[in-house]
Design a protein around this ligand. Structure first.
Ligand code: SF4
Length: 457
């Protein structure tokens, strides 16, 4: 998924961007980066492996801070193409002479290999480089105009992107793809322009008059005025429903809908669709908490925090696969007095690869649970995503390998397993048009099937 942020205005540009990135850290923990335009009009960049706070320890941090930057952008990375812990931290800087740009984005470009060939790129370690190069070349074609390039970008790209571009002019340009898969939000008061992937990041830093960037909208700030325009492509919006299920912070608003309220409604729907005989509802922290509150409310079964997450271990879903297993064992502690002798209804947001839940179910039994009934606030996750999350193959998905919930329950060691239906999920989210492809296999791109999209990677 990834998170992006940026700032142009008075005060400490570098610290403000790093603070925004810290508030977006749940969107990516592998790498972080920042690019600013110094007073000299040079673009200065720091890219580090690890967390946003690690930027402060980089040797170049003081150089950036003392360069009197007017504006900048930043990124936290969760890789969807190009491998883990590699050199693809963002922002990436491309261009030369009078047009240099730094690019950071949140999403995935599914056709990046084909695009690289079309634009004659010889080496392309992942979609970010291809996207930055394509954008730069389009800008050259349109008279060094990044806004024009962004208008036409969707004519070339298959995938999802919320993007930030910093030019050496200096200018800050942000855009959301025409489907609006990923969130992007901004605040502008006539002097200061600030943006972040999620509303919660702006709220925490005191920018409370935020707005969401519209589907296909492009915003350009040159230090004096903010101009808005739109993509050359018009499609039916398809914001990612999984942002409500898992990705976004519960204190964020996405497409005008509170993520927290949507999750509570998912839990209420789940209790009605897939009831369970239990003594206690226990959420998988933190991702299942709001849905568990809804489940408990609708079922009347008391809610308890029987599992405690170690806050110093990151989000399991966005961990590299090589360490997911061992991390999921380290991440949770169990409160025996809550669990022992009880029929536990364990609520989580989603069941994708099953690594975490299998481990939790077995640890609940070790802590004395009499029965464990797993309830999932979303439908079976059966299809890969090509628009911003790291599930590119069906073989990784538990619900693809085992079709029936009872087989999946056996695979994770639970007494029973129940899901929400796609109808109840849509009801909980309360939006007219959304992307549900990972649950339904219906991708928003006209005439493109899962097999066709899968071959692009
Ligand atoms: S496929 Fe799923 S995760 Fe990907 S954009 Fe669509 S709803 Fe979101």
């Amino acid at each position: 998924m990834c998170g992006i942020a940026g700032y142009a205005g008075k005060g400490d540009v570098v610290t403000t961007i790093i603070s925004l990135l810290i508030e977006l850290q749940h969107r990516g923990q592998e790498a972080a980066g920042i690019a600013v335009v110094a007073k000299s009009k040079e673009i200065l960049t720091i890219r580090v492996k690890g967390l946003a706070i690690d930027i402060l320890a980089n040797d170049a941090f003081h150089k950036l801070s003392f360069s009197n930057p007017c504006c900048g952008i930043g990124h936290v990375r969760y890789s969807t193409t190009g491998g883990y812990m590699d050199s693809q931290a963002q922002p990436i800087t491309v261009g030369e002479g009078l047009l240099k740009i730094a690019v950071a984005f949140n999403g995935t470009i599914a056709n990046y290999v084909a695009l690289a060939k079309e634009f004659g790129l010889r080496s392309y370690p992942g979609d970010t480089y291809v996207l930055a190069e394509v954008l730069y070349r389009l800008a050259l074609e349109y008279g060094k105009d990044v806004v024009e390039a962004l208008k036409h970008l969707a004519e070339y790209v298959i995938g999802g992107y919320s993007i930030a571009v910093l030019t050496s002019e200096p200018r800050l340009v942000i855009a959301r793809d025409p489907y609006g898969f990923r969130p992007l939000t901004y605040s502008y008061d006539g002097e200061t322009f600030v943006f972040a992937s999620e509303t919660a990041a702006l709220d925490v830093l005191g920018f409370r008059d935020w707005r969401e960037v519209g589907y296909g909208q492009i915003l350009s700030f040159d230090g004096k005025s903010l101009e808005a325009t739109g993509s050359s492509i018009h499609v039916e919006p398809a914001p990612c429903i999984f942002e409500y299920v898992y990705f976004s912070r519960p204190d964020s608003i996405f497409n005008g809908v509170s993520v927290y309220s949507a999750r509570v409604r998912m839990g209420e729907e789940l209790a009605r669709n897939s009831p369970a005989d239990g003594d206690v509802v226990i959420p998988v922290p933190d991702s299942g908490r709001a849905a568990a509150i809804g489940f408990s409310k609708a079922s009347g079964i008391p809610l308890e925090e029987g599992i405690i997450a170690n806050k110093y271990v990151g989000r399991g879903f966005i961990m590299p696969p090589q360490i997911r297993d061992s991390i999921s064992r380290l991440k949770y502690g169990f409160i025996r007095s809550i669990i022992n002798g009880k029929r536990v209804v364990l609520v989580d947001d989603s069941l994708v690869r099953g690594t975490t839940l299998k481990n939790i179910v077995s640890r609940l039994r070790e802590a004395g649970a009499k029965e464990v009934h797993v309830r999932i606030a979303s439908p079976p996750f059966r299809y890969p995503c090509f628009m911003g999350i790291d599930v590119a193959s069906r073989e990784e998905l538990l619900a693809w390998r085992y079709i029936s919930p009872s087989d999946i329950a056996k695979a994770i060691g639970a007494d029973s397993l129940g899901y929400n239906t796609i109808e109840s999920l849509l009801h909980a989210v309360q939006l007219q048009t959304v992307c549900t492809a990972c649950f339904t296999g219906r991708y928003p791109f006209k005439n493109l099937t899962v097999d066709y999209l899968g071959k692009m990677f």
